[in-house]
Design a protein around this ligand. Structure first.
Ligand code: S3P
Length: 449
């Protein structure tokens, strides 16, 4: 939906110790892909553990608008009757992807090589975000678009009538752009390839293979990968078990690391190496964070993650090449860094400026309002840690419709001296419905203000 109702302020206050299990919802990235590939397969795909957040529900509605049958059978259990590669119908109305960059960019890719026109929009945050990064490669397939200047939503995309396969070198580390190209390549004859200089999350490649597409991945001697897809496969419907979202688990786990006396377990969380950079970083900072019972869930590695407060986190420098594997986790890492001793230096993070908000600016404003010193340039964020128990808090934080900015500052308030207020809790539902009750069950004091 392109915007929600009145702002809903919320406040978090010193809590703890936090104790117990936090069963976080399904992975957002995997959930979007399960619905889209289900819609492009011939026959009935069954998804369990689907994230029922606003972003993914929007993708489900979009798949219906393109002709797939999408039904909810029970909590997290969904059935998709796909229309096959090239089988999308022209939607009768505007496709509103709400807050979801992943949703709109992947769906535009999936639609770009079918003979139809579709108009896309989103909320105020999504309408500010760059779409040129997918429109450029989609034009090489033969798709055209008309819309606002600068490639901003709303825009109408007209799919190629006679699509050509494409070989595309990613100009930025973006799994969304890579995925849009691969999804467009499904309905182009011959081989479509994407060269990614830096490895980004690989859920699309894994799931395409699971649905029966021919996908090869080759490491490049100079780093990164070449992903090749043979066009026009018949995708076979699958049973997809969505792992729990490591990006959501990050919030209760990081809360446990900064609230004295805490111990929190997040069961069966996805730990795909292209997503697990935060956990490695926390361990390097000295966090007591362990992986238990490693297993595989829906083609993705998963584990139980246990975090315990230790009170001796140290600031570190995070190498820029790790950024793609933890890109959504810098906001909560910046909070943990405030409770560490010394500086935490995050380099190579300019992509944070193109997220649901400019996350470098939003985190700096929020942390400073809570008594934490920060520095930044276009591509860097530095947090001057104050050590465990020495963060003032008390700030009023503007979230800019960004769920991760909201949750990060609510976690900060649990370990700060004074309560932290955010301007709007509404955005949290885009990725983590159940955040409030799950945190409350651990002992966190978070309430609507
Ligand atoms: C995502 C890719 C990342 C990430 C987003 C989900 C995906 O975006 O930030 O939350 O599912 O492909 P970029 O592709 O813009 O890096």
């Amino acid at each position: 939906m392109s915007g929600h109702g009145p702002l809903q302020p919320a406040v978090s206050r010193a809590s703890g110790p936090l104790r117990g299990e936090a069963a976080v919802p399904g992975d957002k990235s995997v959930s979007h892909r399960a619905l889209i590939l289900g819609a492009l397969a011939v026959g009935r795909t069954e998804v369990s553990g689907l994230l029922e957040g606003e972003d993914v529900l929007g993708t489900g509605r979009a798949m219906r608008a393109f002709g797939a049958k999408v039904e909810r059978l029970g909590p997290g259990d969904w059935r998709v009757e796909g229309v096959g590669v090239g089988g999308f119908m022209e939607p009768e109305d505007v496709i509103d992807c709400g807050n979801a960059g992943t949703g709109v960019r992947l769906i535009m890719g999936a639609a770009a090589t079918t003979d139809l026109s579709a108009t896309f929009t989103g909320d105020a945050s999504l309408r500010r975000r760059p779409m040129g990064r997918v429109l450029t490669p989609l034009a090489q397939f033969g798709a055209t678009h008309a819309g606002r200047r600068g490639g901003k939503l709303p825009l109408t995309l007209t799919g190629a009538q006679s699509p050509l396969p494409v070989s595309y070198l990613l100009p930025m580390a973006s799994a969304q752009v890579k995925s849009a190209v691969l999804l467009a390549g499904l309905n182009a004859p011959g081989e479509t390839s994407v060269i990614e200089p830096e490895a980004t999350r690989d859920h699309t490649e894994r799931m395409l293979r699971g649905f029966g597409a021919e996908v090869s991945v080759e490491a490049r001697p100079e780093g990164g990968k070449i992903i090749r897809l043979q066009g026009r496969p018949e995708l076979r419907p699958q049973k997809v078990a969505v792992p729990r979202d490591p990006s959501s688990a990050a919030f209760p786990l990081c809360a446990a690391l900064i609230v004295p006396g805490s111990e929190v377990l997040c069961p069966r969380v996805g730990i795909n190496p292209t997503r697990a950079g935060l956990f490695l970083t926390l361990q390097e900072m000295g966090a007591d964070l362990v992986f238990e019972n490693e297993t595989v869930e829906g083609g993705e590695p998963a584990a139980d993650l246990r975090a315990r407060f230790s009170g001796n986190l140290k600031g570190i420098e995070i190498p820029p090449e790790r950024a793609p594997s933890m890109i959504d986790e810098y906001p909560i890492l910046a909070v943990v860094a405030a409770f560490a001793t010394g500086e935490t230096v995050m380099r190579g993070v300019k992509e944070l400026r193109a997220k649901e908000s400019d996350r470098i600016a939003a985190m700096e404003a929020g942390l400073r309002a809570c008594g934490v010193t920060t520095e930044s340039d276009e591509d860097t964020l530095i947090v001057h840690g104050r050590g465990a128990g020495d963060v003032e808090g008390g700030g009023f934080v503007i979230c800019h419709l960004d769920h991760r900015i909201a949750m990060s500052h609510l976690v900060l308030g649990l370990a700060a001296r004074r309560p932290v207020t955010i301007d709007d809790f509404g955005a949290v539902g885009t990725s983590f419905p159940g955040f409030a009750p799950i945190m409350a069950a651990l002992g966190a004091q978070i309430a609507l203000a």
